[in-house]
Write a protein that binds this ligand. Structure first.
Ligand code: FAD
Length: 462
């Protein structure tokens, strides 16, 4: 007799304390949605887990029924890896607890927590874990790929601060990992993505940050492009470890500090977040203003939590996204020429190109210490992101991202990229980004922990 989806779901329901949803049930349509509205998939079953034991039951159910597994943390995967047609979604959104140990300066974070959950809990003690720049991103997917943002220069990547994790393996076993327990698995989780199991809890080291930080945003029009980028490059090169620059091609925000005529106009921006002395931040601000007076600037102290949620609205759920990325070693004149040629062609004010500086603390970690997809030499990670309010506008913006990528590719570090910013299935670029030795080590660990590739909806290690 053929089992129906409903029969299998009922059995899973009986084995779980969380919720199990199938098509037609209340909550199913909401549960199948992900950040990117361009992704519209219909899983057979969504298992909204409440514990590691629930996750183990869901993994066993999917393996027994031969269902494809998708694991969902914050659902930010732009290619929709955290959902799947006809398969099982292991949805961790009900597991968002964050427990801070202020004495030990450590934090335990459940697999469904968002960066905003982690930031709120740690900031209550004046602490933070380095992570990304959008608050509704999932801690899980971001960390498993690396995790870069405002604190990378001063405190490293998220994985550089990962102390251990609880993981549900492909056979349903629940294991603890740390440099002392399953050290190979612990190493692989630090950059190797969701290939090795479902992480139900992370343990991070925290740093003293904020609660107030110094922020500056400078904006130049398209006509000032080359001059502005040369200035951004020169200032960035002089910044001490406590100041983080992010550079970009953006549209001026429709905010009160921007004159009406400039609001939403395309141009170039430099942001500098200061986590060290206010004097150092003020000196950097003066340097930019003197060297290349911007059209508009905003210089203000702000809570670290506000900085970490500044881009949440622009990257809201229900918009249409596509992304590509490369590393460049420096913002050379050729890179500036490519940016200033490509950037003006975008048509959506929400689409952006951002450059994150990876140096200082990022470079203090050894090449082989983590499974990160990128060398530890100084570099810029580019994020070329199409972002539109409606489906009809996406194809033009996708073409813009692809053309931008093709222009930067010959100037990049061997066409390598941060795996968390790869939207397409690009196995050759994935191998190149890890490098042959690291990829082989990851493949050996994959063969040990997930020989059947049950966890393959990710940047897959083959
Ligand atoms: P999900 O879609 O839930 O998961 C992504 C991948 O991880 C999937 O393959 C999924 O199966 C797997 N996965 C998720 N949870 C688990 C788990 N618990 N165990 C095992 N596997 C799991 N990255 C940065 O480093 N810095 C940034 O500043 C940054 N900003 C971003 C801003 C936006 C708007 C977006 C869309 C992305 C951004 N990213 C950034 C990229 C981000 O790191 C990746 O998209 C990441 O995969 C998101 O994780 P998630 O949990 O939200 O996504």
């Amino acid at each position: 007799m053929t089992r129906t989806i409903q029969q299998g779901a009922d059995e899973l329901r009986a084995a779980m304390s969380g919720t199990v949803l199938v098509a037609g049930e209340r909550g199913y349509d909401e549960a199948r949605r992900v950040l990117n509205a361009d992704i519209d998939r219909y899983p057979a079953v969504v298992a909204r887990c409440a514990s590691a034991t629930d996750v183990a039951a869901a993994v066993r159910y999917a393996r027994a029924e031969g269902r494809e597994i998708a694991v969902r943390g914050g659902a930010h995967s732009m290619s929709g890896q955290s959902t799947v047609d006809d398969g099982l979604v292991i949805d961790l959104s009900g597991m968002r607890e964050v427990t801070v140990d202020p004495e030990a300066r450590q934090v335990r974070v459940q697999g469904g927590a968002l960066l905003s959950d982690m930031n709120a809990a740690t900031q209550a003690h004046g602490l933070a874990v380095p992570a990304g720049i959008v608050g509704h991103t999932g801690v899980s997917g971001l960390t498993l790929g690396g995790g870069m943002g405002w604190l990378t220069r001063s405190c490293g990547l998220s994985i550089d601060n990962l102390l251990g994790a609880e993981v549900v393996l492909a056979d349903g076993r629940i294991v603890q990992t740390s440099p002392a327990e399953h050290p190979d698995l612990c190493w692989a989780l630090r950059g190797g993505g969701g290939n090795f199991g479902v992480v139900t809890e992370f343990r991070f080291r925290c740093h003293e940050v904020g609660p107030m930080i110094d922020f500056a945003l400078f904006f130049w029009g398209l006509d000032q492009g080359a001059e502005a980028w040369r200035c951004m490059r020169e200032v960035s090169a002089t910044l001490p470890r406590g100041l983080t620059p992010i550079l970009g091609a953006i549209n001026a925000p429709p905010a009160p500090f921007v004159p009406e005529a400039n609001q939403l106009q395309p141009g170039y921006a430099m942001m500098i977040a200061g986590f060290g002395s206010p004097e150092q931040h003020a000196a950097a601000v003066e340097q930019v203003r003197a060297q290349c007076p911007p059209l508009v600037d905003l210089v203000t102290p702000m809570p670290f939590v506000a900085l970490s949620e500044m881009f949440d609205e622009a990257n809201a759920w229900g918009q249409y996204y596509y992304e590509k990325s490369v590393y460049v070693a420096e913002v050379t004149d050729e890179v500036i020429a490519a940016i200033t040629e490509q950037a003006p062609a975008k048509t959506s004010p929400l689409s952006i190109a951002l450059l994150y500086r990876l140096d200082e603390s990022y470079c203090d970690v050894g090449e082989e210490d983590t499974a990160f997809s990128g060398g530890r030499t100084p570099r810029w990670a580019t994020f070329l992101v199409a972002n539109t309010l409606d489906a009809a506008s996406l194809p033009a913006e996708r073409a813009w991202v692809r053309a931008f990528y093709e222009a930067l590719r010959p100037l990049s570090l061997d066409d390598t990229a941060y795996v968390n910013a790869m939207t397409e299935d690009e196995p050759d670029r994935v191998r190149a980004s890890y490098g042959p030795a690291k990829y082989a080590r990851l493949a050996a660990i994959k063969a040990e922990y997930d020989p059947d590739n049950a966890f393959h909806r990710n940047i897959n290690i083959r």
